[in-house]
Design a binder for this molecule. Structure first.
Ligand SMILES: [Cu+2]
Length: 479
Protein backbone atom coordinates (compact mmCIF):
# COMPACT_ATOMS: atom_id res chain seq x y z
CA UNK A 1 0.00 0.00 0.00
CA UNK A 2 1.16 3.48 -0.81
CA UNK A 3 1.08 6.01 1.95
CA UNK A 4 0.45 9.24 0.10
CA UNK A 5 0.13 11.28 3.24
CA UNK A 6 3.57 10.42 4.52
CA UNK A 7 5.12 10.78 1.09
CA UNK A 8 3.49 14.17 0.66
CA UNK A 9 4.65 15.21 4.10
CA UNK A 10 8.17 14.12 3.29
CA UNK A 11 8.24 15.99 0.00
CA UNK A 12 6.82 19.08 1.63
CA UNK A 13 9.49 19.00 4.32
CA UNK A 14 12.19 18.44 1.74
CA UNK A 15 10.92 21.38 -0.31
CA UNK A 16 10.94 23.54 2.79
CA UNK A 17 14.51 22.55 3.48
CA UNK A 18 15.59 23.34 -0.03
CA UNK A 19 14.05 26.78 0.04
CA UNK A 20 14.89 27.64 3.61
CA UNK A 21 17.99 25.86 4.75
CA UNK A 22 20.08 24.58 1.89
CA UNK A 23 21.01 28.04 0.54
CA UNK A 24 22.67 28.89 3.81
CA UNK A 25 25.20 26.12 3.28
CA UNK A 26 28.57 27.48 2.31
CA UNK A 27 31.05 25.66 0.17
CA UNK A 28 34.15 24.65 2.07
CA UNK A 29 37.20 26.60 0.99
CA UNK A 30 39.22 24.67 -1.54
CA UNK A 31 42.67 23.62 -0.50
CA UNK A 32 45.47 24.84 -2.66
CA UNK A 33 48.07 22.36 -3.77
CA UNK A 34 48.02 19.25 -5.86
CA UNK A 35 46.31 19.01 -9.22
CA UNK A 36 44.05 16.35 -7.71
CA UNK A 37 42.63 18.88 -5.29
CA UNK A 38 41.54 21.04 -8.22
CA UNK A 39 39.05 18.27 -9.04
CA UNK A 40 37.76 18.13 -5.51
CA UNK A 41 34.47 19.76 -4.69
CA UNK A 42 31.76 20.01 -2.10
CA UNK A 43 28.89 17.58 -2.64
CA UNK A 44 25.72 18.36 -0.76
CA UNK A 45 22.84 16.03 -0.07
CA UNK A 46 19.58 16.30 1.82
CA UNK A 47 18.28 13.20 3.56
CA UNK A 48 15.10 13.35 5.55
CA UNK A 49 13.70 10.28 7.22
CA UNK A 50 10.22 8.91 6.79
CA UNK A 51 8.11 5.77 6.75
CA UNK A 52 7.31 4.79 3.18
CA UNK A 53 5.46 1.62 2.22
CA UNK A 54 5.88 0.32 5.77
CA UNK A 55 9.66 0.77 5.78
CA UNK A 56 11.79 3.36 7.52
CA UNK A 57 13.90 5.14 4.93
CA UNK A 58 15.99 8.19 4.16
CA UNK A 59 14.34 10.31 1.46
CA UNK A 60 16.26 12.81 -0.66
CA UNK A 61 15.02 16.17 -1.97
CA UNK A 62 13.58 14.50 -5.06
CA UNK A 63 11.54 12.04 -3.00
CA UNK A 64 13.80 9.07 -3.75
CA UNK A 65 13.98 6.58 -0.90
CA UNK A 66 17.47 5.56 0.22
CA UNK A 67 19.15 7.21 -2.80
CA UNK A 68 22.61 6.21 -3.94
CA UNK A 69 24.98 9.08 -3.17
CA UNK A 70 27.80 9.45 -5.67
CA UNK A 71 30.94 11.40 -4.82
CA UNK A 72 34.63 11.30 -5.74
CA UNK A 73 37.63 10.61 -3.60
CA UNK A 74 38.72 13.82 -1.95
CA UNK A 75 35.30 15.44 -2.16
CA UNK A 76 33.97 17.20 0.86
CA UNK A 77 30.55 15.72 1.50
CA UNK A 78 27.81 17.54 3.38
CA UNK A 79 24.61 15.76 4.30
CA UNK A 80 21.70 17.66 5.78
CA UNK A 81 19.67 15.37 8.03
CA UNK A 82 16.21 15.77 9.53
CA UNK A 83 13.53 13.50 10.92
CA UNK A 84 10.52 13.82 8.63
CA UNK A 85 8.22 11.75 10.82
CA UNK A 86 9.60 12.83 14.20
CA UNK A 87 11.30 9.65 15.41
CA UNK A 88 14.94 9.62 16.51
CA UNK A 89 17.60 8.60 14.00
CA UNK A 90 21.23 9.06 13.05
CA UNK A 91 23.48 8.32 10.06
CA UNK A 92 26.66 6.32 9.96
CA UNK A 93 29.16 5.23 7.35
CA UNK A 94 31.59 2.98 9.15
CA UNK A 95 34.29 2.79 6.47
CA UNK A 96 34.48 6.57 6.18
CA UNK A 97 34.42 7.15 9.92
CA UNK A 98 31.10 9.00 9.81
CA UNK A 99 28.75 8.96 12.81
CA UNK A 100 26.26 11.80 12.99
CA UNK A 101 24.72 12.97 16.24
CA UNK A 102 21.18 11.70 16.80
CA UNK A 103 18.40 13.86 15.42
CA UNK A 104 14.65 13.84 15.93
CA UNK A 105 11.62 15.99 15.15
CA UNK A 106 13.23 19.25 16.17
CA UNK A 107 15.73 20.87 13.83
CA UNK A 108 18.30 19.46 11.48
CA UNK A 109 21.77 18.01 11.77
CA UNK A 110 24.51 18.41 9.22
CA UNK A 111 27.42 16.04 8.75
CA UNK A 112 30.50 17.03 6.81
CA UNK A 113 33.37 14.74 5.95
CA UNK A 114 35.97 14.03 3.33
CA UNK A 115 35.46 10.98 1.13
CA UNK A 116 38.85 9.49 1.88
CA UNK A 117 38.66 6.16 0.09
CA UNK A 118 37.14 4.75 -3.06
CA UNK A 119 34.49 2.06 -3.00
CA UNK A 120 30.86 1.34 -2.27
CA UNK A 121 29.83 1.73 1.32
CA UNK A 122 26.61 1.56 3.24
CA UNK A 123 25.11 4.52 5.05
CA UNK A 124 22.63 3.52 7.71
CA UNK A 125 20.81 4.45 10.90
CA UNK A 126 22.35 2.89 14.01
CA UNK A 127 19.27 3.24 16.24
CA UNK A 128 18.47 -0.36 17.21
CA UNK A 129 16.15 -1.97 14.67
CA UNK A 130 16.14 0.81 12.10
CA UNK A 131 18.71 -0.65 9.73
CA UNK A 132 16.78 -3.93 9.79
CA UNK A 133 13.62 -2.20 8.61
CA UNK A 134 15.10 -0.33 5.69
CA UNK A 135 17.22 2.59 6.87
CA UNK A 136 20.25 2.07 4.71
CA UNK A 137 21.56 3.05 1.29
CA UNK A 138 24.76 3.21 -0.71
CA UNK A 139 27.42 5.87 -1.03
CA UNK A 140 29.63 5.37 -4.07
CA UNK A 141 33.06 6.96 -3.91
CA UNK A 142 34.73 7.01 -7.31
CA UNK A 143 38.41 7.48 -8.09
CA UNK A 144 41.51 6.25 -6.34
CA UNK A 145 41.84 6.04 -2.60
CA UNK A 146 44.08 8.65 -1.06
CA UNK A 147 47.22 7.36 0.58
CA UNK A 148 46.97 6.84 4.30
CA UNK A 149 49.13 9.90 4.91
CA UNK A 150 46.67 12.11 3.11
CA UNK A 151 43.74 10.62 5.01
CA UNK A 152 45.41 11.36 8.31
CA UNK A 153 46.10 14.93 7.29
CA UNK A 154 42.38 15.47 6.65
CA UNK A 155 41.60 14.16 10.10
CA UNK A 156 42.91 17.41 11.52
CA UNK A 157 40.01 19.15 9.83
CA UNK A 158 37.77 20.49 12.60
CA UNK A 159 34.70 19.06 10.88
CA UNK A 160 36.01 15.56 11.34
CA UNK A 161 36.23 16.00 15.07
CA UNK A 162 32.55 15.06 15.14
CA UNK A 163 33.27 11.53 14.10
CA UNK A 164 34.81 10.09 17.19
CA UNK A 165 34.04 6.44 17.85
CA UNK A 166 30.96 5.97 19.99
CA UNK A 167 31.42 3.86 23.07
CA UNK A 168 28.50 2.72 25.19
CA UNK A 169 29.42 2.74 28.85
CA UNK A 170 27.78 0.22 31.15
CA UNK A 171 25.21 2.06 33.18
CA UNK A 172 23.92 1.03 36.58
CA UNK A 173 20.19 0.52 37.03
CA UNK A 174 18.23 3.71 36.58
CA UNK A 175 17.28 4.88 40.10
CA UNK A 176 14.26 6.70 38.67
CA UNK A 177 12.83 3.56 37.00
CA UNK A 178 9.15 3.06 37.78
CA UNK A 179 6.98 -0.01 38.20
CA UNK A 180 5.42 -0.82 34.83
CA UNK A 181 3.82 -4.15 35.70
CA UNK A 182 0.07 -4.23 35.15
CA UNK A 183 -1.98 -5.35 38.11
CA UNK A 184 -3.59 -8.72 37.32
CA UNK A 185 -6.73 -7.62 39.16
CA UNK A 186 -7.19 -4.39 37.26
CA UNK A 187 -9.61 -5.23 34.50
CA UNK A 188 -12.93 -3.78 33.41
CA UNK A 189 -16.09 -5.36 34.91
CA UNK A 190 -18.17 -7.85 32.93
CA UNK A 191 -20.30 -6.32 30.21
CA UNK A 192 -23.96 -6.32 31.19
CA UNK A 193 -26.33 -7.55 28.49
CA UNK A 194 -27.20 -4.63 26.25
CA UNK A 195 -27.74 -3.73 22.65
CA UNK A 196 -24.51 -3.10 20.70
CA UNK A 197 -22.97 0.20 21.74
CA UNK A 198 -20.34 2.64 20.57
CA UNK A 199 -17.34 2.71 22.92
CA UNK A 200 -14.63 5.34 22.89
CA UNK A 201 -11.21 4.14 23.95
CA UNK A 202 -8.01 6.15 24.22
CA UNK A 203 -4.56 4.64 24.61
CA UNK A 204 -1.28 6.46 24.92
CA UNK A 205 2.06 5.00 23.90
CA UNK A 206 4.74 5.98 26.41
CA UNK A 207 8.46 5.16 26.47
CA UNK A 208 9.83 5.08 29.99
CA UNK A 209 12.47 3.65 32.22
CA UNK A 210 10.90 0.78 34.16
CA UNK A 211 11.93 -1.81 36.73
CA UNK A 212 12.66 -5.12 35.07
CA UNK A 213 13.94 -6.75 38.27
CA UNK A 214 15.48 -5.73 41.58
CA UNK A 215 18.38 -3.40 40.67
CA UNK A 216 17.73 -3.84 36.95
CA UNK A 217 15.99 -1.30 34.75
CA UNK A 218 14.97 -1.33 31.10
CA UNK A 219 13.61 1.20 28.64
CA UNK A 220 10.08 -0.07 28.16
CA UNK A 221 7.78 0.98 25.37
CA UNK A 222 4.23 0.74 26.67
CA UNK A 223 0.56 1.32 26.19
CA UNK A 224 -0.49 3.57 29.11
CA UNK A 225 2.76 3.11 31.05
CA UNK A 226 2.04 -0.52 31.88
CA UNK A 227 2.86 -4.01 30.61
CA UNK A 228 0.64 -5.50 29.40
CA UNK A 229 -1.37 -2.49 28.23
CA UNK A 230 -4.87 -2.06 29.66
CA UNK A 231 -7.34 -4.88 29.08
CA UNK A 232 -10.14 -3.62 26.87
CA UNK A 233 -13.57 -5.16 27.17
CA UNK A 234 -16.44 -5.05 24.70
CA UNK A 235 -19.48 -7.03 23.62
CA UNK A 236 -19.73 -8.64 20.23
CA UNK A 237 -21.39 -6.17 17.87
CA UNK A 238 -20.04 -3.10 19.67
CA UNK A 239 -18.38 -0.39 17.63
CA UNK A 240 -15.14 0.87 19.10
CA UNK A 241 -13.64 4.23 18.33
CA UNK A 242 -10.03 3.87 19.35
CA UNK A 243 -7.66 6.80 19.54
CA UNK A 244 -3.96 6.10 19.81
CA UNK A 245 -1.83 8.98 21.03
CA UNK A 246 1.96 8.88 21.04
CA UNK A 247 3.55 10.83 23.91
CA UNK A 248 5.45 13.99 22.97
CA UNK A 249 8.72 12.73 24.36
CA UNK A 250 8.67 9.40 22.49
CA UNK A 251 11.65 8.67 20.29
CA UNK A 252 9.84 6.15 18.08
CA UNK A 253 6.65 5.96 16.07
CA UNK A 254 4.10 3.56 17.55
CA UNK A 255 0.85 1.95 16.41
CA UNK A 256 -1.69 -0.69 17.33
CA UNK A 257 -2.80 -3.90 15.64
CA UNK A 258 -5.69 -5.57 17.45
CA UNK A 259 -6.32 -9.17 16.52
CA UNK A 260 -10.04 -8.55 17.07
CA UNK A 261 -10.12 -6.09 14.17
CA UNK A 262 -11.04 -6.99 10.61
CA UNK A 263 -9.28 -4.83 7.97
CA UNK A 264 -6.47 -2.27 7.90
CA UNK A 265 -3.84 -4.67 9.27
CA UNK A 266 -5.90 -4.80 12.46
CA UNK A 267 -5.48 -1.03 12.73
CA UNK A 268 -1.71 -1.11 12.21
CA UNK A 269 -2.02 0.37 8.74
CA UNK A 270 -3.73 3.54 9.93
CA UNK A 271 -2.35 4.14 13.40
CA UNK A 272 1.34 4.80 12.74
CA UNK A 273 1.61 7.76 15.08
CA UNK A 274 4.59 10.11 15.34
CA UNK A 275 5.62 11.52 18.73
CA UNK A 276 3.10 14.13 19.90
CA UNK A 277 0.44 13.04 17.40
CA UNK A 278 -2.68 10.90 17.60
CA UNK A 279 -4.83 8.89 15.21
CA UNK A 280 -8.25 7.27 15.49
CA UNK A 281 -9.73 4.14 13.97
CA UNK A 282 -13.25 2.76 14.29
CA UNK A 283 -13.97 -0.95 14.17
CA UNK A 284 -16.74 -3.38 14.90
CA UNK A 285 -16.09 -6.23 17.35
CA UNK A 286 -17.26 -8.96 15.01
CA UNK A 287 -15.92 -12.00 16.84
CA UNK A 288 -16.37 -12.93 20.46
CA UNK A 289 -13.19 -14.11 22.17
CA UNK A 290 -10.01 -12.91 23.82
CA UNK A 291 -7.60 -11.18 21.45
CA UNK A 292 -4.07 -9.84 21.69
CA UNK A 293 -3.21 -6.33 20.58
CA UNK A 294 0.32 -5.08 19.99
CA UNK A 295 2.35 -2.33 18.40
CA UNK A 296 2.89 -2.90 14.68
CA UNK A 297 5.68 -0.45 13.91
CA UNK A 298 8.94 -1.79 12.49
CA UNK A 299 10.89 -3.47 13.94
CA UNK A 300 7.66 -5.05 15.25
CA UNK A 301 9.22 -7.74 17.48
CA UNK A 302 11.41 -5.06 19.04
CA UNK A 303 8.36 -2.96 19.97
CA UNK A 304 6.59 -6.04 21.34
CA UNK A 305 9.63 -7.22 23.31
CA UNK A 306 9.83 -3.75 24.83
CA UNK A 307 6.33 -4.25 26.28
CA UNK A 308 3.88 -3.12 23.62
CA UNK A 309 1.10 -5.68 23.94
CA UNK A 310 -2.21 -6.17 25.71
CA UNK A 311 -5.59 -7.84 25.19
CA UNK A 312 -9.15 -7.05 24.27
CA UNK A 313 -11.95 -9.33 25.49
CA UNK A 314 -15.02 -9.41 23.27
CA UNK A 315 -17.81 -11.02 25.22
CA UNK A 316 -20.57 -12.96 23.51
CA UNK A 317 -24.10 -11.47 23.42
CA UNK A 318 -25.12 -13.23 26.61
CA UNK A 319 -21.81 -12.47 28.34
CA UNK A 320 -19.50 -15.01 29.94
CA UNK A 321 -20.61 -17.18 32.88
CA UNK A 322 -20.22 -15.42 36.21
CA UNK A 323 -17.13 -16.29 38.24
CA UNK A 324 -15.87 -15.10 41.61
CA UNK A 325 -12.56 -13.64 40.46
CA UNK A 326 -10.98 -12.64 37.20
CA UNK A 327 -7.28 -12.08 36.51
CA UNK A 328 -5.38 -10.55 33.60
CA UNK A 329 -1.99 -12.12 32.87
CA UNK A 330 0.33 -11.93 29.87
CA UNK A 331 3.64 -13.58 29.18
CA UNK A 332 6.45 -11.97 27.22
CA UNK A 333 10.01 -12.81 26.20
CA UNK A 334 12.70 -10.14 26.54
CA UNK A 335 16.15 -9.75 25.02
CA UNK A 336 18.90 -7.86 26.82
CA UNK A 337 22.58 -7.24 26.25
CA UNK A 338 23.62 -8.43 29.67
CA UNK A 339 22.65 -11.62 31.47
CA UNK A 340 19.67 -11.99 33.76
CA UNK A 341 20.43 -10.57 37.18
CA UNK A 342 22.89 -7.92 35.95
CA UNK A 343 22.45 -4.85 38.11
CA UNK A 344 22.38 -2.43 35.21
CA UNK A 345 20.12 -0.54 32.92
CA UNK A 346 19.59 -3.24 30.33
CA UNK A 347 19.55 -2.39 26.64
CA UNK A 348 17.75 -4.40 23.99
CA UNK A 349 19.83 -7.00 22.13
CA UNK A 350 18.45 -7.32 18.62
CA UNK A 351 20.73 -10.17 17.70
CA UNK A 352 19.42 -12.24 20.58
CA UNK A 353 15.92 -11.28 19.55
CA UNK A 354 16.56 -12.38 15.99
CA UNK A 355 18.05 -15.63 17.25
CA UNK A 356 15.06 -16.07 19.59
CA UNK A 357 17.24 -16.42 22.67
CA UNK A 358 15.42 -14.53 25.42
CA UNK A 359 17.25 -13.40 28.51
CA UNK A 360 14.00 -13.00 30.45
CA UNK A 361 10.53 -14.50 30.40
CA UNK A 362 8.09 -12.35 32.31
CA UNK A 363 4.48 -12.34 33.47
CA UNK A 364 3.02 -8.83 33.37
CA UNK A 365 6.21 -7.20 32.22
CA UNK A 366 8.73 -7.69 35.01
CA UNK A 367 10.39 -10.29 37.19
CA UNK A 368 8.31 -10.68 40.36
CA UNK A 369 5.29 -8.80 38.99
CA UNK A 370 2.91 -11.58 40.03
CA UNK A 371 4.86 -12.91 43.01
CA UNK A 372 6.09 -9.77 44.79
CA UNK A 373 4.64 -6.61 43.27
CA UNK A 374 1.02 -7.68 42.89
CA UNK A 375 -1.03 -10.24 44.76
CA UNK A 376 -3.36 -12.76 43.20
CA UNK A 377 -5.68 -14.01 45.90
CA UNK A 378 -8.74 -16.29 46.15
CA UNK A 379 -10.63 -18.34 48.71
CA UNK A 380 -11.40 -22.02 48.82
CA UNK A 381 -14.72 -22.61 47.08
CA UNK A 382 -14.30 -19.70 44.65
CA UNK A 383 -14.08 -20.05 40.91
CA UNK A 384 -11.21 -18.18 39.32
CA UNK A 385 -10.93 -17.18 35.68
CA UNK A 386 -7.60 -16.17 34.17
CA UNK A 387 -7.37 -14.30 30.90
CA UNK A 388 -3.92 -15.40 29.78
CA UNK A 389 -2.21 -14.15 26.64
CA UNK A 390 1.23 -14.24 25.09
CA UNK A 391 2.64 -10.98 23.79
CA UNK A 392 5.81 -12.77 22.82
CA UNK A 393 7.17 -11.69 20.44
CA UNK A 394 8.58 -15.15 19.80
CA UNK A 395 7.97 -17.82 22.39
CA UNK A 396 5.06 -20.21 22.88
CA UNK A 397 3.85 -20.54 26.48
CA UNK A 398 2.90 -23.83 28.11
CA UNK A 399 0.64 -22.38 30.77
CA UNK A 400 0.29 -24.45 33.93
CA UNK A 401 -0.61 -23.92 37.57
CA UNK A 402 1.37 -26.12 39.94
CA UNK A 403 -0.99 -28.10 42.17
CA UNK A 404 -4.16 -27.45 40.20
CA UNK A 405 -6.01 -28.67 37.14
CA UNK A 406 -7.90 -26.29 34.89
CA UNK A 407 -11.57 -27.26 35.18
CA UNK A 408 -12.26 -25.44 31.92
CA UNK A 409 -10.05 -24.17 29.14
CA UNK A 410 -11.39 -22.05 26.33
CA UNK A 411 -8.70 -23.34 24.03
CA UNK A 412 -7.06 -20.63 21.90
CA UNK A 413 -9.59 -18.34 23.59
CA UNK A 414 -12.32 -19.56 21.25
CA UNK A 415 -15.50 -19.41 23.26
CA UNK A 416 -17.17 -22.38 21.56
CA UNK A 417 -14.52 -24.96 22.45
CA UNK A 418 -14.43 -25.69 26.14
CA UNK A 419 -12.05 -28.43 27.23
CA UNK A 420 -12.30 -29.93 30.70
CA UNK A 421 -9.66 -31.11 33.17
CA UNK A 422 -6.60 -29.74 31.39
CA UNK A 423 -3.14 -29.79 33.02
CA UNK A 424 -1.16 -27.53 30.68
CA UNK A 425 -2.41 -25.43 27.79
CA UNK A 426 -0.33 -24.17 24.90
CA UNK A 427 -0.61 -20.51 23.97
CA UNK A 428 0.94 -19.13 20.80
CA UNK A 429 2.69 -15.77 20.54
CA UNK A 430 -0.09 -13.38 19.61
CA UNK A 431 -2.60 -15.83 21.07
CA UNK A 432 -4.58 -16.26 24.25
CA UNK A 433 -6.53 -18.66 26.38
CA UNK A 434 -9.15 -18.42 29.10
CA UNK A 435 -8.89 -20.88 31.96
CA UNK A 436 -11.22 -21.44 34.89
CA UNK A 437 -10.56 -23.36 38.08
CA UNK A 438 -12.49 -23.88 41.28
CA UNK A 439 -10.22 -23.67 44.28
CA UNK A 440 -10.61 -26.71 46.54
CA UNK A 441 -7.62 -26.46 48.82
CA UNK A 442 -5.62 -23.61 50.39
CA UNK A 443 -2.04 -22.88 49.47
CA UNK A 444 0.33 -20.99 47.18
CA UNK A 445 -0.31 -22.05 43.62
CA UNK A 446 2.43 -21.17 41.19
CA UNK A 447 1.61 -19.95 37.71
CA UNK A 448 4.37 -21.12 35.38
CA UNK A 449 5.36 -21.76 31.84
CA UNK A 450 5.93 -25.53 32.02
CA UNK A 451 9.03 -25.10 29.91
CA UNK A 452 10.36 -24.88 33.43
CA UNK A 453 13.78 -23.40 32.75
CA UNK A 454 11.82 -20.23 32.20
CA UNK A 455 10.80 -19.96 35.84
CA UNK A 456 14.44 -19.10 36.56
CA UNK A 457 14.21 -16.36 33.98
CA UNK A 458 11.21 -14.63 35.52
CA UNK A 459 8.08 -16.53 34.42
CA UNK A 460 6.47 -17.30 37.73
CA UNK A 461 3.44 -15.95 39.57
CA UNK A 462 1.61 -16.91 42.74
CA UNK A 463 -2.09 -17.41 43.38
CA UNK A 464 -2.64 -17.42 47.15
CA UNK A 465 -5.67 -19.39 48.22
CA UNK A 466 -6.94 -19.17 51.77
CA UNK A 467 -9.65 -21.06 53.65
CA UNK A 468 -10.42 -24.54 54.86
CA UNK A 469 -9.59 -27.35 52.47
CA UNK A 470 -12.43 -29.49 51.26
CA UNK A 471 -12.10 -32.81 53.15
CA UNK A 472 -10.49 -35.61 51.21
CA UNK A 473 -8.94 -33.42 48.51
CA UNK A 474 -5.40 -33.50 49.88
CA UNK A 475 -3.65 -34.44 53.06
CA UNK A 476 0.05 -34.15 53.86
CA UNK A 477 1.67 -36.84 56.02
CA UNK A 478 1.48 -36.19 59.71
CA UNK A 479 4.61 -34.39 60.87
CU1 LIG B 1 5.70 0.71 19.13
Amino acid sequence: MKQPTLRTLSLAICALTLSGIAPTLQAAPQKAGTSASAQQSVKRFVLHTNVVDGKMVYVDDKGVANPTLTVAVGDTVEIELASGEGAEHDLRIDELGVASPKFSGKGTQRVRFTASQAGEFQYYCSIPGHRQVGMFGTIQVTGKSQPAKSASSTSSDAALALYTPITVPQKGADPTAVDISASPTQLPPPIAAHAPQVQKVRLETVELSGKLDDDTSFTYWTFNRQVPGPMLRARVGDTIELTLANAKDSKAIHSIDLHAVTGGHGGGEHTQVAPGQEKTITFKAMHAGLFVYHCATPLVPQHIAAGMYGMILVEPEQGLPKVDREFYVMQGDMYTQRPIGAKVHQDVDLQRMSDELPTYYVFNGAVGALSKTHKMQAKVGETVRIYFGVGGPNKIASFHIIGEVFDKVYSEAALNTIKHSVQTTVVAPGGATIVELKMDYPGSYLLVDHALSRTGKGAVGVLEVTGEGIPGVYKPSAL
